[in-house]
Design a protein around this ligand. Structure first.
Ligand SMILES: Cc1cc2nc3c(=O)[nH]c(=O)nc-3n(C[C@H](O)[C@H](O)[C@H](O)COP(=O)(O)OP(=O)(O)OC[C@H]3O[C@@H](n4cnc5c(N)ncnc54)[C@H](O)[C@@H]3O)c2cc1C
Length: 550
């Protein structure tokens, strides 16, 4: 049997690049196939915000955040809520991943040139009990250079390997099946798509120009999740999150089509936990879209007031930035698939961050001057662009006009001004007192105990309706698809497993396609910043393990 390479990696995203470069570092010959054109090299990670989950990092210690493996594991397990027989490997991956995040992860990436913003973010704060979901402490480390900064070292290593003749890319190669020889998977077959000169992450043509077959001793599946394939998302939508939303917008490019999951299953891979997914409830239509139904997620600070479509304030723990899936489930139970933030200009200046490398030009271009302007300047320009041009944003001088336009935008006419005013005024009354029974005000005060939040993220509690804090803003929030938490079941060596637990000979999987490790390292919930790291960790394991057998 002649092989085209020692290993074929399917997918030139972060997981694929990490797996491939670990293989080439071991002297193995690798082909990376990807359905997209070369300009989309790096996949979703290039578009990402670049937030990474580290435990007990120097950045945390400098800010007097006390973190530890034990606390992080408690948070991870409380969030994951593993409760299924097939959680055997995901649970082991979770233990190993938290250990990596508390140990070698940062130094390994640092040695490759990555750096992080000194103020650590506090994502998914939870809002329930100590054993429940959420980060007890800030752990979201923004990579200097955002997603580009995360991808860059691995692209560099891949290009070096390419120059040495160890690695070659086959772009516009779309895998449609895995081929087996004597029970061992040893080939990938598919279609060569016509050349495409679309810009990065834009949808590319699916016109087939020819076909291909490539053989190798090992195949590593790193094809990403299913977030752009709304039919697949709806098919796997779990009842526990309510009915699948009628309207969904996409937080991921079109190539995140999930089709490789079915192709892997047809070849014998066991898919698990596909009903576990991580979609956000703070989605807004991008006024300047790159991919189909392009949604941007607002990463909110804790002060905006959150109302459902009927104008009822959301209960704790459904507070901005606290518990993504509890909020999603709450919203879907209202019978509507959207909700509202109400805030003012003081809050929008400091508390709205938009996810994505292109929405954070200051961090992405590594400009200290621009980043410092966030803390001292007015409304950041990407946020200002949404206030001016975003179809989901309404800015008005008074509540009467705000409500009129909210009703016009939704077309549902469900917001009653008097009822809305009464709730905001009641909340505002609670701000006057050092003590309060309003869980959101307690949460804001708790957040401001953290110096990082106080400096750059959370405004002092104040009355939303106080005109001193600027015009009123309403934002219609839509549900946006993002990550698949389940996928191909793998053991701790990233070997793909068949139903029943036996390895599928010749196949490894990593990244989002493998549920970021094991077929679902997150269980039901993420602590955030855990996806890029999950791709790095599982890609590294897959590449190293595969290198040992070829
Ligand atoms: C806007 C945005 C912000 C984000 N921010 C963060 C963050 O701050 N922190 C964090 O941890 N995570 C974040 N994420 C999530 C993270 O970026 C992704 O989960 C991760 O990059 C997935 O990497 P991957 O390599 O598994 O898959 P992908 O990046 O999706 O790459 C898979 C590749 O496989 C190719 N492919 C698929 N099927 C086939 C096939 N049949 N044949 C050939 N090729 C195929 C695709 O074209 C693609 O290039 C963000 C994501 C987005 C979109």
């Amino acid at each position: 049997m002649t092989y085209d390479a020692d290993a074929i990696v399917i997918g030139a995203g972060l997981a694929g690049l990490v797996a491939a470069t670990e293989l080439t570092d071991a002297g193995k010959r690798v082909i990376i196939v990807d359905q997209e054109p070369e300009q989309t090299l790096g996949g979703q990670a290039w578009r990402s915000f670049g937030g990474l989950f580290f435990v007990n990092s120097p950045e945390q210690r400098r800010l007097r955040i006390k973190d530890s493996y034990e606390l992080a594991l408690q948070d991870w397990m409380g969030s994951a809520g593993f409760d299924r027989e097939e959680d055997h490997w995901p649970r082991k991956w979770a233990e190993a991943y938290v250990d990596f995040a508390a140990g070698e992860k940062r130094s390994w990436l640092h040695a490759q040139g990555m750096r992080w913003f000194p103020i650590v973010g506090w994502a998914e704060r939870g809002g329930s009990l100590a054993t429940g979901h959420g980060n007890s402490v800030p752990r979201f480390h923004i990579t200097w250079g955002t997603g580009l900064g995360v991808v860059e070292p691995f692209v560099r290593r891949a290009r070096e390997a390419e120059q040495k003749g160890l690695l070659s890319f086959r772009f516009r190669h779309r895998v449609t099946s895995l081929g087996t020889n004597g029970g061992i998977v040893d080939s990938v077959e598919g279609e060569v798509l016509e050349p495409s000169n679309v810009k990065r992450s834009e949808p590319s043509s699916r016109v087939v120009a020819s076909s291909f077959i490539l053989r190798a001793q090992v195949i590593v599946v790193c094809s990403g999740g299913m977030g752009a394939n709304h039919d697949l998302v709806r098919k796997n939508w779990p009842k526990r999150l309510g009915e699948a939303p009628k309207r969904l917008i996409s937080g991921v490019p079109d190539h995140v089509d999930g089709l490789m999951l079915g192709i892997s299953e047809q070849s014998g891979a066991h898919l698990i936990n596909c009903d576990r997914m991580w979609h956000y409830v703070e989605g807004v239509h991008n006024w300047n879209p790159i991919w189909s139904r392009h949604a941007i997620r607002i990463l909110p600070g804790p002060s905006s007031l959150w109302f459902d479509a009927n104008g009822n304030r959301l209960p704790a723990p459904c507070l901005p930035g606290f518990d993504t899936l509890a909020t999603l489930s709450h919203i879907m139970k209202t019978g509507y698939d959207y909700s509202w933030f109400i805030l003012n200009e003081t809050i929008v200046k400091k508390e709205f961050t938009l996810s994505g490398s292109e929405q954070n030009p200051d961090f992405t271009s590594k400009s200290w001057r621009q980043v410092l302007k966030r803390a001292t300047g007015g409304i950041p320009s990407p946020v200002k662009a949404f206030l001016d041009k975003g179809e989901d944003f309404i800015v008005e001088n008074n509540l009467t006009d705000l409500v009129r336009r909210m009703n016009a935008l939704s077309g549902d006419n469900l917001i009653d001004e008097q009822k809305l005013h009464a709730q905001i005024a009641a909340r505002d009354r609670e701000v006057e007192n050092t003590y309060t029974k309003d869980a959101q005000i307690t949460a804001i005060r708790g957040a401001r105990n953290y110096i990082g939040d106080k400096l750059v993220r959370v405004v002092p509690p104040h009355k939303i309706l106080d005109p001193k804090h600027g015009r009123l803003i309403a934002v219609r929030l839509n549900i946006l698809t993002r990550k698949s938490l389940g996928g191909i079941e793998t053991d701790l060596n990233a070997r793909v497993l068949k139903q029943g637990g036996e390895p599928l000979p010749g196949v490894y999987a990593a990244g989002e396609a493998a549920g970021f490790g094991g077929g679902g390292v997150h269980g039901y919930n993420s602590l955030e910043g855990t996806f890029l790291g999950g791709c790095i960790f599982s890609g590294r394991i897959a590449g190293r393990a595969a290198a040992k057998v070829v």
